[in-house]
Design a protein around this ligand. Structure first.
Ligand SMILES: [Fe+2]
Ligand SMILES: [Fe+2]
Length: 461
């Protein structure tokens, strides 16, 4: 058994490497960490490790800082540092390559085969077992990964025996969550894809947002896909504790608003556009609506009117945006934000004003008062570093606070791919930020609404 610490701050990149390790043809046990601090803690508490596989990030996962720390504790652990940046100027790494015979710096372009072979060398050295890496025909992918998509990028198989695989989805198929769930219900932890598709899939996996929308769908399949997509959003929020009643109330409120928006009005146009896209922009808006409903359910000032305001604000808040990648990068605070043109980011910062104005201009009766205010404030935060105004935690309105907490929760859940087992960590993280001023009530509402779920998660099997 080879013990590996996988230290990668970027969630998507970590998932890609996780897939490679899942497919190692020998026994590995992997401990993951997403920050430098937790890497150090885990190195100490969960070691000894045979190998540290880390993705160097100058600020978030600095290879020099970690290496200096780890070297003091143990000289028996090999280090694979993945980095395209030359690490020669780091003094702390000057003896890196001679400290351990397997220490190496690998470029990001290292293929799965090359990386597996390298890990195999460490394995062979430890176990004295003869090991040669041979490509297998199929690679396994955790079944739960498929839930992030509704269209498969390649043929997908289940494994019936060591040599027998059966195709269950073919390239380009649109599938519903149930198509995947039936396999995970049968305790099939992995589905399989052909070797040649694996490199592409891994690439795509790291870039693709939550759901893939097929632009070439016919109206009928598009309708089906859109139902399947909202179905997936429903399933996800129910899984994290949102009640059936809240889901129904939100759906009904949105339906009512849509029905009553004037045909051809700017809001109606934008809403149709958003509903057709089925990506982060659409999905997260619905999720925020459900979470807002769930939070206000737990708050003393709960009323149907309040839930309605929050639901409408959720659906409309990002409606003028059309770059889901930019929206996601801003929301998740991703470092990739720099790759967007400055003008696009500046224009993006106007969207709270734009949507608030559209809401005020609309004379629909189904847009209740205060929606414009929630929309205008939706990028404010407790640190007072938000936009457009930088409102602090004491001056934000209680209604906006609910929205902002719900939005932050949804984003954090995106970060962990809606993995329920990580929800406890998400809540702890949010509590640190939001247990202040006007946010406190909303944060308490969120904790209470997911509390029963946390109990379930915490219970040992
Ligand atoms: Fe926004
Ligand atoms: Fe948003």
């Amino acid at each position: 058994m080879l013990r590996i610490l996988l230290a990668i701050s970027n969630d998507k990149a970590r998932s890609s490497f996780e897939m490679v390790l899942d497919n190692c043809p020998f026994n590995v046990s992997v401990v993951e960490s997403a920050s430098l601090r937790s890497s150090m803690e885990k190195f100490d508490s969960k070691g000894p490790f045979d190998l540290v596989l880390m993705l160097h990030h100058p600020e978030k996962m600095n290879a020099e800082d970690f290496y200096i720390f780890a070297k003091e504790k143990s000289d028996r652990t090999a280090f694979f540092i993945i980095s395209d940046e030359s690490l020669d100027s780091y003094v702390g790494l000057s003896s890196f390559k001679t400290d351990h015979k397997f220490n190496t710096v690998l470029p990001l372009s290292t293929s799965t085969g090359q990386l597996t072979a390298k890990i195999g060398e460490v394995f062979q050295d430890k176990t004295n077992l003869n090991f040669t890496y041979e490509e297998v025909d199929y690679k396994k992918i955790r079944t739960s990964y498929f839930l992030r998509f509704n269209k498969t990028l390649c043929d997908v198989f289940v494994q019936l025996s060591d040599t027998k695989y059966v195709k269950i989805l073919k390239r380009g198929d649109i599938y519903a969550r149930n198509d995947i769930k039936k396999w995970s219900d049968k305790k099939m932890k992995f589905l399989y894809i052909e070797n040649e598709d694996f490199e592409d899939f891994k690439e795509e996996f790291a870039r693709t947002p939550f759901l893939v929308m097929d632009k070439d769908l016919t109206p009928e399949t598009s309708e089906e896909a859109s139902l399947a997509a909202i179905e997936i959003v429903h399933e996800l929020v129910k899984e994290i504790g949102v009640s059936e009643e809240v889901v129904n109330l939100v759906d009904y409120t949105v339906f009512q608003m849509e029905e009553n928006l004037k045909k051809g009005s700017p809001l109606e146009d934008l809403l149709t556009k958003m509903r057709n896209r089925k990506d982060y922009l659409n999905d997260h808006s619905y999720m925020v609506a459900y979470i807002c409903g769930q939070i206000s359910d737990r708050m003393s000032w709960d009323s149907e009117e309040i839930k309605k305001k929050l639901a409408v604000a959720s659906i409309l808040h990002d409606i003028t945006l059309d770059n889901p990648e930019l929206a996601m990068a801003v929301d998740l605070g991703l470092p990739e934000l720099q790759r967007f043109p400055k003008e696009e980011v500046t224009a993006y910062k106007q969207h709270p004003y734009e949507v608030a104005q559209l809401v005020r201009d609309s004379d629909s009766e189904d847009i209740p008062p205060n929606v414009d205010e929630i929309v205008l404030n939706h990028h404010e935060n407790p640190e007072a570093s938000g936009f457009p105004k930088g409102i602090d935690a004491d001056r934000i309105s209680a209604l906006s606070a609910v929205f902002i907490v719900a939005h932050a929760f949804v984003n954090e859940m995106y970060r962990v791919d809606f993995d329920k087992s990580k929800m406890l960590g998400v809540i702890f993280h949010l509590k640190k930020r939001f247990a202040v001023g006007q946010y406190l009530n909303a944060m308490t509402g969120l904790v209470e609404s997911v509390d029963p779920m946390l109990d379930i998660i915490n219970k040992p099997n």
